[in-house]
Design a binder for this molecule. Structure first.
Ligand SMILES: [Zn+2]
Length: 180
């Protein structure tokens, strides 16, 4: 961040009183611009034992397959975000189940959440951020062309758990080189 989003004064980095971390602070209006992790919410949309995946039309990982997911908007709940993203990317209306995976990814300041979901009427299409969408049976999943590690792990857990029909919440930290 270079300029204050409220008054356009160049910001400075400093530790505000009572705080312990460097923040962008505006010397003009005094605003402290906190930067916090972003939440990505998505679903595992299932219809007749097959899983709906979307081929990404946008970077990053354009051309790779993903579960529908995206950044939460302000004023939105996590479930609303997951349902909205599934509609936007795959034109599928889903009935949400429980929260299934939660990944902390501190090195990129993100938290990824995936909810179990069933496609209401079996209908889906190709949303603006997708090149193609398709229902995959377990043996058809393109493991080498999956977009992100959290998507791959969610699919792996889901297939593993589906054999027992029990889907416990899985919370996992994906830690690589953390920024200092
Ligand atoms: Zn300002």
């Amino acid at each position: 961040m270079k300029f204050c989003s409220l008054c356009a004064t160049p910001v400075v980095q400093k530790i505000p009183e009572g705080d312990s971390r460097l923040r962008y602070v505006c010397p003009g209006c005094g605003e402290i611009h906190y930067q916090n992790p972003n939440i990505v919410a998505g679903t595992i949309p299932v219809y007749e034992n097959k899983i709906l995946l979307c081929k990404r039309a946008i970077e990053p990982r354009k051309g790779f397959w993903t579960l529908p997911a995206g950044f939460m908007e302000n004023q939105e709940t996590t479930t609303e975000a997951a349902v909205r993203e599934t509609w936007e990317e795959a034109l599928a209306r889903v009935k949400l189940g429980t929260l299934y995976t939660l990944f902390n990814i501190p090195q990129i300041d993100q938290v990824h959440l995936f909810f179990l979901a069933t496609i209401k009427d079996g209908q889906y299409g190709v949303g603006e951020e997708s090149l193609e969408t398709r229902l995959f049976s377990e043996s058809e999943i393109p493991w080498d062309e999956i977009s992100f590690p959290t998507v791959k792990k969610t699919l792996q857990y889901f297939i593993e758990d589906r054999s027992n029909q029990e889907f416990p919440l899985r919370v996992e930290d994906i830690v690589r080189d953390r920024k200092t």
